[in-house]
Ligand binder design. Sequence first.
Ligand code: SAH
Length: 257
Amino acid sequence: MSKENTSIHDFDFQIICEYFSGLERQGPGSPENTLKALSFIKGLSDHAQIADIGCGTGSHTRVMAQHISGQIIGVDLFPEFIALFNQHAINLKLEKRVKGIAGNMESLPFENESLDLIWSEGAIYNIGFERGLIEWKKFLKKDGHIAISEACWFTDSRPAEIEAFWLDAYPGIDTIGNKTVQLMKAGFKPIAVFILPENCWKENFYVPQKPLQVQFLSKYAGNTTAEAFVANERREAELYEKYSYYYGYAFFIAQKI
Ligand code: SAH
């Protein structure tokens, strides 16, 4: 029945939100690597306008805000993440410069040529790397920068099991070389590309999920949606353990030409 389907769908969103709200970050990364990416961006003024797209609860946004001046607007689809984002900003007395808004990366609320920097960690896959670059570029001023982490293959070929997993999860995954070409075709000049080290995935993302999963399974005992969700997260972590040689995130820093 449609009512039943709607409630299952709503519950999916609710558990995804509840689960990831309990984590410091909602995707792989680290403060050190946020700062490393930031170090390649020269000439940001004290009045720089910055957008952090798919910001989640904003752990990296706060790291950025503590190292640069300027206004940062975080955008995320989930209002629950934005509420946490704004609360954290208040706690750190950053609320005058750091604001979160609920919104969709497919229809961003920015004026054309209004931004100096578009940041996005582990989130552009929701719109697709190429499409995101093409659609977001108009919001950047000339010479404005992007800094985006994105799932990439590290080798030209890889075992069938991991290839099949990713082609199902995110068919847009590609080699760093091909992503760089996409970036250039979209009208950007590459400044730097680096691979996020494994601790960004393991210690900072998968390990903190382990106690949460136990807690979740106990809270939602017998709930097949919650069980399937946790099983999926565990499988993803196991595959990373097995195949991290072949894939991960690369951080792309580039400038609009
Ligand atoms: N950048 C954060 C979150 C990464 S997870 C971090 O690294 O911790 C991906 C994020 O993209 C999630 O917070 C999710 O809610 C958000 N998201 C998914 N689809 C979106 C969309 N269409 N528009 C805006 N945000 C979206």
